[in-house]
Write a protein that binds this ligand. Structure first.
Ligand code: FES
Length: 561
């Protein structure tokens, strides 16, 4: 296991006569000598009042603290920022979304290391906060555990369950006169009935499942809705479980082996989860010192059947998955089919196999949401990695988001999301077009914005399966249609996507894993010689700093110094 010793870190800050001033600061907050003598553990809460996704987490942190105290620790809560992707979407604000993942990881490092905490619990919700927290766990490598905060309950539109995805798509439908202003307003008022993350298997819920699949969260803890009483119980148990990790000295890198990442990718592919998880798993692996590549995703996708029926590609939401058994049900099916490594360690101090043997699956029908591996919804995984002269490092396609696996058509090229969105709303996109949105990569955007507004408008206008979209930016987990993102190298560094012109013929072939433009190598070279990088969009501030340090999406868009 490891050479971790409880109190070793906090003693350097609070032990010995010379640290009396430091203890005085703690005593000023009501702590006693007894409290200070125990392991001092951080409770890192991604929290603010920006949106509903994490709004309940501060309350849950109090329950986590009780769990920590009950097992002999002294908890100290601190917050990390949250960018609510659904609100930032479609605006300049979205450029800060992926940046916030690094800020969350950095915030945890900053507070935990500056104050010598011995261990920490991470509470996360909206899209970038679970990966940011898991990156911090891998980076600091002290006993730590994550709890995902859970999703919202389904919304309602005239008696039909809806999610925020329906509201985005309703904007496109309204712009075409397909629905009334009153319909749009009804959806706006009732899509999100309370606290928690967006309901479908979008990015936040995908990363929630991954907290369990990696072995970093308690089994079953990701699926209870935010308002479910079970969430309170998991919060208490998570605090307690952290102290067990402290006791046995089990650390994240003991858990985050290559096989643990293979398990997480298998769960991602079997569930048809968000393409953003590719980026985030690469980044967590980078922090853990595990060599993971895009090829690993494609290899596992090709051997993993898709067995989950959840939005955006399917019908159900996280609350439905929870009712039938949550992540453990899915993992059990995959383990029994020999698709998961059962002997990898987890935060329970037990292996995946041991955890799943103990977990009680509710005795109710679940085949409408999670099928057996032998009877899948699709024979292979929900995501494919495409390569070709248009994406030499790779690109990511969510094949579960569309029935169409092959598209060939003329490029309509836009240099920003706004340009493309305007063209869609003005009806300038025709059937068979390939909408190209570039200079939206990690460096060029910067921040790799998600194109949900554009893709939803396309779907809302009835062009969902007739128009393709490729970008060096990202897609929301709620995106559906023929969409290829994460095209690398990105336009800002002179990737082929920067060289495209209107009318170039683009071929997307998911079965063959190809993304090509029908241009000769000579023509591409000629265009490359004529190309020069545009000036950076930001000259100062956070986005300028980020743009300088960020790496390719094929490496997880991690910051490299
Ligand atoms: Fe936070 Fe969707 S906007 S989870």
């Amino acid at each position: 296991m490891s050479d971790y010793t409880p109190k070793k870190r906090s003693n350097t800050i609070y032990g010995g006569y010379e640290k009396a001033p430091n203890r005085a600061f703690l005593k000023a907050m009501g702590l006693t000598d007894n409290d200070i003598s125990k392991p001092i553990v951080g409770v890192a809460v991604a929290w603010n009042e920006a949106g509903p996704c994490n709004i309940h987490l501060l309350g849950l942190s109090n329950i986590v603290k009780e769990g920590v105290r009950s097992a002999g620790g002294t908890p100290r809560v601190f917050t990390a920022p949250v960018v609510i992707d659904g609100i930032a979407m479609g605006s300049e604000g979205m450029k800060y979304s992926l940046v916030s993942r690094e800020i969350v990881a950095n915030t945890v490092e900053l507070v935990v290391n500056a104050h010598g905490y011995d261990a920490f619990v991470a509470l996360a919700g909206c899209d970038k906060t679970p990966p940011g927290m898991m990156m911090a766990m891998a980076r600091l490598n002290i006993p730590s555990i994550i709890m995902y905060g859970g999703s919202t309950l389904p919304g309602d539109y005239k008696g039909k369950p809806i999610t925020i995805q329906d509201v985005y798509e309703a904007v496109g439908a309204y712009s075409k006169g397909k629905i009334t202003a009153e319909d749009l307003r009804l959806m706006e008022d009732n899509a999100i009935p309370g606290p928690g993350t967006c309901g479908g298997l979008y990015t936040a819920n995908t990363m929630g499942l991954i907290t369990e699949a990696l072995g970093l969260a308690l089994p079953g803890s990701s699926s209870p809705p935010a308002v479910d009483a079970m969430r309170t119980r998991y919060a208490f148990e998570t605090g307690k479980a952290l102290m067990h990790l402290v006791e046995i000295g089990l650390r994240p890198r003991d858990i985050l082996t290559f096989e643990a990442f293979e398990n997480a990718i298998t769960v991602l592919m079997a569930s048809g989860g968000s393409t953003n998880a590719v980026l985030h798993l690469l980044a967590i692996a980078h922090e853990a010192g595990v060599k993971l590549t895009l090829e690993d995703f494609d290899r596992i996708s090709m051997r993993t059947p898709e067995i989950v029926n959840m939005k955006p590609g399917g019908e159900y939401v996280m609350a439905d998955l929870h009712r039938v058994g949550g992540a453990p049900l899915l993992m059990k099916k995959l383990l029994e089919a020999g698709l998961l490594h059962g002997d990898v360690m987890t935060v329970t101090g037990k292996t995946v196999k041991q955890n799943l043997a103990e977990y009680k699956i509710p005795p109710i029908p679940h085949e409408h949401i999670v099928r057996d591996v032998k009877n899948p919804f699709a024979p292979t995984g929900g995501i494919r990695i495409l390569k070709g002269n248009l994406a030499e490092e790779g690109a990511v396609m969510k094949v579960s988001a569309s029935k169409i696996k092959y598209h060939k058509g003329p490029a309509k090229v836009f240099n920003s999301e706004e340009e493309a969105f305007k063209a869609v709303l003005e009806g300038k996109i025709q059937e068979n077009d390939v909408v190209v949105i570039r200079y939206e990569g990690p460096k060029g955007g910067p921040g790799m914005r998600e194109m949900l507004a554009v893709t939803s408008a396309i779907v809302g206008q009835g062009l969902g399966e007739k128009v393709a979209l490729i970008t060096d930016g990202r897609f929301s987990g709620a995106t559906r249609g023929i969409m290829v993102g994460h095209v690398a190298p990105e336009a800002a560094v002179g990737g082929t996507i920067a060289l495209l012109k209107d009318g170039d013929i683009i071929v997307i072939d998911a079965d063959k894993g190809k993304l090509e433009v029908e241009l000769t190598a000579e023509e591409l070279k000629k265009r490359k010689d004529e190309w020069s990088p545009p000036p950076p969009r930001y000259k100062s501030g956070l986005l300028a700093q980020y743009s300088k340090l960020v790496s390719s999406s094929s490496r997880g868009a991690v910051l490299l110094t």
